[in-house]
Design a protein around this ligand. Structure first.
Ligand SMILES: *Cc1c(COP(=O)(O)O)cnc(C)c1O
Length: 387
């Protein structure tokens, strides 16, 4: 394993600081490293591997697609992209989809669509402090945490940040140049902070009254993660524009901008594009994930297991737990101590966990997780907390 890591450090840019584990295989909620050590996986590739590792139906569909056709470009139509879009707009309650390749790109697309609607007169985007929207330039500029922007100035102009969950701050920041309000329904990287229904509806009403685009970033909360296809469906009326990615392709890289027909109609041929976006392999994955979610009642599992996991976390025997937040299988446990050493201790005992900020432990297992895996995870976590 060390030979792999040494070589990796030589040939890969030092943008990451990976744990010293070289993962080779994944099956359900377990991953195996190159030496055959097994880990219980409560990271799921950062809320990506919604069906867990090597789900038989996803494997079968992708193998079939690889043999048939990988990529076409958007110069031509393909059946997998149309089928994926049809299923996705139905699941999301929006009308039309644009496929891209990542979360950041979905946010970029959403911002571009809003600015196209503003047609150079209105361009200002109101975004939230403590938010996270990705690492490309507009997405990074929209991100309300300076640590992600440091060293990369100047940021894309025309984005203002207001305190999260403060309706009056949004109203005060609105002016004749404003075109959109952008927020996460649950701030993910910012520490698992959900909005309230009242806040959601107040922003929805304000955007409607002022003719602003309401853009929600469901890159992490989307695709069943919170117990509904999209988290907003538990909060109220649909947004105008929605960005998603992470779990969308069950591990195959793909993102999407979803919008109402009215909003989407402002994009004309040539306005926005991507070479890879929505290719046959990636959209076959989307279509298959959505089919499996329905066939295997995965949303019900997320609701039941999310509730079970939340109860288990609240029953941890420790004086350090402050709060458990989140919805479905996107939960955060805040402690009054840094969580990195606890995550490290869990990793040494064969459990993968990731933080969301210094004192928040994040739980985003595959959506197919069962009681047994949750019990096993809690047992390891308790053992580490006791030590
Ligand atoms: C992960 C994430 C992104 C960025 O997605 P990438 O695929 O890493 O570009 C954007 N917004 C939210 C809310 C995210 O969680």
């Amino acid at each position: 394993m060390n030979a792999w890591i040494e070589k990796g450090k030589e040939v890969m840019m030092p943008t990451y600081a990976p744990a010293p584990i070289v993962i080779d295989q994944a099956s359900g909620c377990m991953v195996t490293d190159v030496e055959g050590n097994e880990y219980l996986d409560f990271v799921a590739g950062i809320a990506v591997n919604s069906l867990g590792g090597s789900h038989p139906k996803l494997v079968e569909a992708l193998q079939d697609q690889v043999a048939k056709c990988l990529h076409v470009s958007n110069l031509y139509w393909t059946a997998p992209s149309i089928e994926a879009a049809e299923k996705l707009v139905k699941a999301s309650g929006l009308d039309q989809a644009f496929f891209c390749n990542s979360g950041a790109e979905a946010v970029e697309g959403a911002i571009k669509l809003a600015r196209k609607i503003g047609s150079d007169d209105r361009y200002e985007i109101i975004a939230m402090k403590q938010s996270f929207h990705g690492r490309t330039f507009a997405a990074m500029s929209a991100t309300g945490q300076f640590k992600y922007q440091k060293g990369f100035a100047p940021m894309v102009p025309g984005i203002v940040h207001v305190p999260f969950m403060d309706v009056d701050a949004v109203k005060e920041a609105t002016n004749e140049k404003t075109v959109a309000v952008l927020f996460e329904v649950i701030q993910g990287e910012g520490g698992i902070h959900p909005v309230t229904k009242e806040y959601y509806q107040a922003i929805r009403d304000w955007c409607k009254a002022k003719g602003l685009m309401m853009i929600i970033d469901e890159v992490q909360t989307g695709n069943g993660r919170t117990g509904s296809y999209f988290a907003y469906q538990q909060f109220g009326e649909r947004p105008d524009i929605l960005a998603t990615a992470k779990g969308l392709g069950g591990g195959v890289p793909i993102g999407a901008v979803l919008a109402t027909k009215e909003a989407a109609s402002h994009f004309k041929p040539g306005d926005h594009a991507t070479t890879f976006g929505g290719n046959s392999l990636a959209t076959r994955a989307v279509e298959t994930v959505l089919t499996v979610m329905e066939e295997e009642n995965i949303l019900e599992n997320v609701q039941a297991m999310g509730q079970y996991l939340k109860e288990k976390l609240l029953n941890l025997k420790t004086d350090h737990l402050v709060e458990v937040r989140g919805m479905g299988l996107m939960l955060g446990a805040e402690f009054d101590i840094p969580v990195a050493p606890i995550c490290q201790g869990c990793q040494d005992k064969g459990l993968l966990l990731v933080g969301a900020g210094e004192k928040v432990m994040r739980f985003v297992p595959p959506l197919v997780v069962g009681k047994k895996e949750i019990d096993d995870m809690i047992a390891i976590l308790q053992e580490v907390m006791d030590a």
